[in-house]
Design a protein around this ligand. Structure first.
Ligand SMILES: C[S@@+](CC[C@H](N)C(=O)[O-])C[C@H]1O[C@@H](n2cnc3c(N)ncnc32)[C@H](O)[C@@H]1O
Length: 283
């Protein structure tokens, strides 16, 4: 009987990464930037979780992480990626930039398996994964001024206006992000949703410690006067000011060559959809 009682505890190891992970997020009442889709973890992904999880996954902890230790003592630059999806981009960049270490965060269990599978197939050693809400990881596990770069590619755009409060890129979250970056570190964002791209540059341009590396100023096209912030509006939901709507802003850069064009992106580009890259440097 005792062993029966122990079994659930034992199974809560890597094998159980795909089982009801929403229980981990009970305390999140800030930005609800993700929904846990019920996508199936394939047999190959589960095998990767079982075999490579113990080596490459770092469990969430309410305690600061020693980043060099997490990468077996490597003192190489540390790049954090938020929401890596199935890890196609993460793995390609980690292979290309073998002199950097990549801490990749995702909540979606099949994505964890998919990236681990790529790590195994490509023989990568410079990637670590955390399966948890990135906001909490940044707050609890990442020391201030410890990151050399942050990647956020195709963050969920939350198209509908009533869902805009679920967008990750808001002023308070940006302050948290920037606090974890070293001076001289960078933030690289990409999105295929124009309205979110505009929110990104309006929010990040307003952050005093960031420099937009773009050289071209553009007007705001997708927000209108009906979107303007009301006095006392919520801080965690971006709304533009009238002055912002009436100005031009430094905004986008050419896609940096290290960011590959994903299959999903190629499909969108063929349909004539835009993709916007933004790169900021911390003063
Ligand atoms: C639209 S997908 C993009 C995935 C990938 N970056 C790409 O370019 O294909 C956004 C991903 O971000 C993840 N995500 C959203 N909010 C997150 C959070 N707070 N912490 C960790 N992952 C998050 C979602 O689960 C989802 O897989």
């Amino acid at each position: 009987m005792a062993s029966k009682r122990l079994l659930p505890t034992l199974r809560r190891s890597w094998r159980n990464l795909s089982a009801k992970p929403e229980r981990q997020f009970d305390r999140i009442d800030r930005i609800r930037s993700f929904v846990l889709r019920t996508g199936r973890t394939t047999t190959a992904q589960q095998r990767a979780i079982d075999e490579l999880g113990p080596q490459f996954c770092i469990p969430f902890q309410d305690q600061k992480l020693d980043l060099n230790k997490a990468f077996d003592g490597s003192t190489n630059p540390k790049i954090l990626e938020i929401g890596f999806g199935m890890g196609e981009t993460t793995a390609a960049i980690a292979q290309l930039r073998s002199q950097d270490d990549f801490l990749a965060i995702e909540v979606h269990p099949p994505g964890i398996g998919a990236l681990l599978k790529r790590i195994g197939e490509m023989g990568l050693t410079n990637v670590r994964l955390i399966q948890h809400d990135a906001v909490e990881v940044l707050e609890k596990m990442i020391l201030p001024e410890s990151l050399d770069g942050i990647h956020i590619y195709f963050a969920d755009p939350w198209h509908k206006k009533r869902h805009h409060k679920r967008r990750l890129i808001q002023a308070a979250f940006t302050r948290l992000l920037v606090s974890r970056l070293k001076s001289g570190g960078y933030v690289h964002l990409a999105t295929d949703w124009h309205n979110y791209a505009e929110q990104m540059f309006l929010v990040l341009n307003a952050e005093q410690s960031l420099i937009n590396t773009s050289v071209a100023a553009v007007p705001v096209e997708t927000f209108g006067s009906e979107d303007i912030a009301q006095e006392g509006g919520a801080e965690n939901e971006f709304k533009p000011s009238r002055a912002q709507l009436e100005s031009h802003h430094l905004a986008y850069v050419e896609r940096p060559s290290y960011r590959p064009i994903t299959k999903f992106e190629t499909r969108g580009l063929k349909l004539g959809h835009g993709v916007w890259d933004l790169v900021y440097q911390k003063k």
